[in-house]
Design a binder for this molecule. Structure first.
Ligand SMILES: Cc1cc2nc3c(=O)[nH]c(=O)nc-3n(C[C@H](O)[C@H](O)[C@H](O)COP(=O)(O)OP(=O)(O)OC[C@H]3O[C@@H](n4cnc5c(N)ncnc54)[C@H](O)[C@@H]3O)c2cc1C
Length: 474
């Protein structure tokens, strides 16, 4: 029989304490919607356990009473996975109090951190022992390691270091029935059966609750050079990437693409931004090269001189101070905010094989222009990974609501051109609730069936983040 609210609240409070069990709408409000005000919902309670044992006892209780649970870290996810539906029957399980660095071992290049540690705190802990934890996202001050792993976050250093999955050596997971699975091995080699941790990484809270992880650390680069280059086209940007990889190999840590319109938006709307080049270009690349080499800056300068001689790059500036480096990064990172000042934008997070990027951009832009004359495509992002945030901003004179009503039609164009090239409809943000229907339409049916089997096996009562990623009854 379903528990009454009173039975539920006293049951939860008995497990983790009254002050960590929030039940009033005011106390729960910030957990029930994300920062943009999207995906609002209602929860029966928000619970804030302190450690793995408390998470396990909560899950045992929820499993017994069939109470659906929505795991939440920093609440920065962009696809609505971390907030409850509006039915009001779920509890939000906030992992934020699991915020300890359990161990840091510079010799083994590993650190064991709990799920609620923010990405920034993890980076800082690594820095204190002269190591680098390379995952890097604009949301790093708020997002948590648990959320990063549950969404297999990408960001700006994937090119050199891989995404969250590749940076994880081990996991501790609380299963739906409250059992704790300890996979916190710190081994680079361990071929003892199936690699279970990878089932939970990227599962968006639908298969288990991540409570801790062993993360890989790297040497801190002794030198880092940041460049902003103007070029003629995305094809030229790919030629530059190829050129830099030939010169610096894995030292090319960041390679971000921006169209001219993006630079204009950030310079027009965000105080302190300015075009760093004296000449005007249709496309730009923000690149970063890292290494141990004292002469790195000279080598990068020479490499860019060659790229200019070979007509790959038209013009470039190299940051000569930390302030200049930050100013160049600001051009990239303030784009989402600047775009907000231009009216509505319909946003997509896609990936295609690198070589397909230029034609994809041309084809999407042409089809969007036919559908909505004057719409302003802003394809930007992690070009080094073939990952574009392919945003389409409304025509200047068009009504915002009328443009946003075209969400599905514009999405059909972007996703059609992406899938045609065997690309991904979600390169790094995940599926959540936003892309659930789309996933069903594009994913291999055998893969979908196996995903559903896994969900039934690991969560037989269907209490973990129900209705996110996949529907078992669809
Ligand atoms: C400004 C900005 C920039 C961003 N840039 C990037 C980027 O470059 N690359 C990128 O990949 N993402 C980016 N994101 C998206 C987001 O920050 C990431 O997805 C991040 O990894 C989410 O972490 P979080 O702690 O906020 O998770 P939440 O938003 O709280 O949760 C995300 C998902 O993980 C689940 N979850 C959370 N914690 C756990 C846990 N411990 N166990 C199981 N499931 C859990 C939730 O249920 C939800 O499905 C950006 C977001 C913003 C706002």
């Amino acid at each position: 029989m379903a528990l009454s609210d009173q039975e539920l609240f006293s049951g939860l409070a008995a497990l983790i304490g009254e002050k960590n069990t929030l039940t009033t709408p005011e106390d729960m409000a910030s957990y029930c919607k994300e920062w943009r005000g999207l995906f609002p919902g209602r929860a029966r309670a928000v619970v804030k356990p302190a450690d793995t044992a408390e998470v396990a006892s909560l899950l045992r209780f929820c499993h017994l009473h069939r109470i659906p649970v929505v795991p939440q870290g920093g609440n920065t996810g962009l696809v609505g996975g971390q907030t409850p539906w509006d039915k009001g029957d779920e509890i939000v399980l906030s992992l934020q109090r699991l915020n300890r660095i359990r161990d840091i071992d510079a010799l083994s290049d590993t650190m064991v951190v709990e799920a609620g540690v923010t990405l920034q705190a993890a980076q800082e802990a690594a820095e204190k022992v002269d190591r680098l934890f390379p995952l890097s996202l604009a949301s790093e001050g708020s997002c948590t390691i648990g959320g990063n792993l549950a969404s297999n976050a990408g960001g700006t250093a994937v090119l050199a270091y891989g995404n969250a999955r590749e940076l994880t050596m081990g996991l501790e997971v609380v299963l739906a029935d409250g059992r704790v699975m300890d996979l916190l091995g710190r081994l680079r080699k361990d071929n003892t059966g199936y690699d279970l941790k990878n089932i939970f990484i990227g599962s968006e809270g639908t298969l288990g609750i991540i409570t801790a992880a062993v993360l890989k650390l790297y040497p801190r680069p002794r030198a880092q050079v940041t460049i902003f280059a103007g070029l003629a086209s995305p094809a030229a940007a790919l030629a530059l990437l190829n050129h830099l990889k030939a010169d610096f190999g894995a030292g090319v840590t960041t390679f971000e693409l921006l169209p001219r319109i993006a630079l204009e938006m950030v310079c027009n709307h965000i105080a302190g931004n300015r075009d760093p080049l004296m000449t005007r270009h249709d496309w730009y690349v923000l690149a970063e090269i890292s290494g141990a080499d004292e002469n790195l800056s000279e080598r990068v300068t020479l490499s860019f001189e060659t790229a200019i001689e070979n007509a790959i790059v038209a013009n470039a500036v190299i940051a000569s101070s930390l302030d200049q480096r930050m100013a160049l990064w600001r051009l990239r990172e303030t784009l989402p905010e600047a775009q907000g000042h231009e009216g509505g934008s319909i946003k997509h997070d896609i990936a295609v094989p690198l070589a397909c990027v230029p034609q994809l951009i041309d084809d999407v832009c042409a089809r969007v222009e036919r559908l909505v004359p004057g719409a302003r495509p802003v394809p930007f992002g992690h070009l080094g990974d073939g990952n574009l945030h392919f945003n389409i901003t409304q025509p200047k004179a068009m009504d915002r609501a009328a443009f946003m009503a075209l969400w599905d039609e514009i999405g059909d164009i972007v996703y059609d051109e992406t899938v045609k090239r065997r690309g991904s409809i979600s390169a790094e943000h995940g599926i959540g609730r936003l892309k659930k229907k789309l996933l069903r339409a594009v994913k291999d049916p055998v893969a979908l069936a196996i995903m559903a089997d896994l969900k039934r096996t690991l969560d037989p009562q269907g209490i973990l983040n129900p209705g996110k990623v996949i529907d078992l009854d669809a």
